[in-house]
Design a protein around this ligand. Structure first.
Ligand SMILES: Cc1cc2nc3c(=O)[nH]c(=O)nc-3n(C[C@H](O)[C@H](O)[C@H](O)COP(=O)(O)OP(=O)(O)OC[C@H]3O[C@@H](n4cnc5c(N)ncnc54)[C@H](O)[C@@H]3O)c2cc1C
Length: 477
């Protein structure tokens, strides 16, 4: 089973006095239902209606920007291409369990995400089950390891790879606080850095497996400083790094996002892909596939890879144009949830760079003993809609595993993300990051892909960027 998220045109769904309970139900956020009623869009959006600010994109960055702008007294309109909110987060169900097809975990010390969780009284809970063995690549092929020994070895390798992270990122939320140290390291791909380490061929395979998976299939694409900054943000320790994939919010990402959206009291128009943005100097006109809207200010909160599909007049600043052409969101990634059984069902599995499945991580156990596991593929040769192909690919990396069913989302082929999480490539920190964070005319840009702190692969960065864009918008209006 596969459900690509290709919702595009169709009649805009316009909120008209939607009650809080109805809204929460519509977006599946039952965990926070029951609070007081509010208004989401008191009147139909139309070409005649203008707003204080138009926010394009209802992911965490856009919804946070809208909430902050509302708090400052502005009336926001949110235009969203899909038929749902959440963007690269997508809470749904599989085999009777709530799952995430996009962003899944939050980390207790992520300051921006934690502030939102605290504000809305949403707890983080740890995963339900832990792996009971491990599969890792070796020069002789995929092999089974005792989980404790594999974890110890992997942690030592990560500490070696990021041995100089404290010099590179002494203040991790300010990625250029040690500019001269960073300037040398920023030229390196993860592959170049890993191949320079004095470690065994097998150890390199382990690190390259992780690097390739995060980088969208090729360890040469991901920048060393991108992952080194995440390591620094996680406290420069293996324990911190492990915690990045340990905690999820009660009710799923949609529960948190819906609470932020309710506070934005925004008009939300779904099924409205924006195709053109014209900044006249005195106002901005935004054209979707079905309507045109005008406002004094706009927050562009779509993924950086999507900027290249929108016609901007005047054109995008040079750094934005370069970033969207090169891409900040990593290509090729398909996230899967696998229902599995067999002797390897509860294994932590890392496939070698180039394998069709790079990672399998057990998450839940069902009452009949089956395991639900998260899986990732960055190899376009795998047809994730073909169960026997998925079974064969899983068997190669986790011998003995039986795949009973799969649900997946191919983020690289999704027209409204054109990639998965953001991850800078070599040189993109120094050459592009500060510039793409800047507003242009009456436009501000918001997305995790351009955050200062938890950049790219983290919801925390989306929230940070949404706050920044709101501040930039308010400072000039
Ligand atoms: C598979 C996967 C796993 C991840 N795992 C984690 C994790 O465990 N923890 C974590 O913290 N982060 C994770 N991330 C990263 C995190 O999900 C993202 O960084 C974050 O959600 C990005 O938010 P955003 O608002 O910047 O962008 P998006 O969520 O992409 O929001 C942008 C919005 O703009 C809309 N849009 C696009 N084009 C148009 C258009 N033309 N007109 C109108 N609207 C448009 C999109 O539909 C979308 O709703 C993961 C991401 C992926 C893909």
């Amino acid at each position: 089973m596969s459900r690509p998220d290709t919702s595009a045109s169709g009649e805009p769904r316009v909120g008209t006095n939607i009650g809080r309970r109805t809204l929460l139900k519509a977006f599946g956020a039952t965990a926070v239902a029951g609070a007081a009623a509010t208004t989401l869009g008191a009147r139909p959006a139309s070409a005649e209606t203008s707003y204080d600010v138009i926010v394009i994109g209802a992911g965490f960055a856009g919804v946070t920007a809208a909430r902050e702008l509302r708090a400052a007294g502005r009336r926001p309109l949110i235009l969203e291409a899909r038929n749902r909110i959440g963007g690269r987060t997508w809470t749904t169900t599989f085999a009777g369990k709530q799952i995430e097809l996009g962003g899944q975990w939050l980390y207790p010390t992520q300051v921006n995400a934690q502030a939102e969780l605290t504000r809305y009284g949403i707890d983080l809970v740890p995963g339900e089950i832990a792996p009971n063995q491990a599969f890792y690549p070796t020069p002789a092929g995929q092999a089974a390891f005792e989980i404790g020994a594999a974890t110890t070895q992997f942690n030592a390798l990560m500490s070696t790879l990021f041995a100089d992270s404290r010099q590179l990122f002494p203040r991790p939320y300010e990625p250029l606080s040690a500019r001269s140290a960073v300037s040398q390291a920023d030229t390196l791909s993860l592959r170049t850095k890993i191949n320079s380490l004095p470690i065994t061929a097998q150890d390199k395979m382990w690190l390259l497996s992780l690097a390739a998976s995060y980088s969208g299939g090729s360890s040469d694409r991901g920048g060393f400083t991108s992952m080194a900054q995440w390591w620094a943000l996680a406290g420069h320790t293996p324990a911190g790094w492990e915690s990045l994939t340990s905690y999820r919010p009660v009710g799923g990402m949609v529960a948190l996002l819906t609470r932020i959206l309710l506070d934005a009291q925004a008009q939300l128009v779904l099924n409205s892909p924006v195709t053109r943005i014209v900044d006249s100097g005195s106002s901005v006109t935004v054209t979707t596939t079905t309507a045109t809207y005008t406002a004094p200010r706009v927050v562009v909160a779509v993924p950086a890879n999507v900027w290249r599909t929108i016609s901007f007049s005047p054109g995008l600043p040079a750094a934005h144009a370069a970033a969207t052409q090169a891409g900040l969101g990593v290509p090729n990634v398909t996230k899967m949830w696998l229902r599995v059984s067999g002797p390897s069902a509860q294994a932590l599995t890392n496939g070698a760079e180039g394998e069709q499945i790079s990672l399998i991580l057990p998450q839940n156990q069902l009452s009949n003993g089956d395991i639900l596991a998260v899986g990732f593929s960055e190899n376009p040769s795998l047809d994730v809609t073909n169960l026997s192909q998925v079974q064969a690919a899983a068997q190669r990396v986790a011998p003995g595993i039986q795949v009973k069913s799969v649900i997946s989302q191919p983020w690289g082929r999704d027209p409204y993300s054109l990639g998965a999480w953001g991850m800078r490539g070599p040189n993109q920190l120094l050459q592009q990051l500060p510039a793409v964070q800047q507003p242009s005319g009456r436009l501000a840009f918001a997305t995790a892909d351009i955050a200062s702190g938890w950049n790219g692969a983290f919801i925390d960065g989306a929230i940070e960027s949404g706050r920044t864009a709101a501040r930039q918008t308010l400072a000039t209006s």
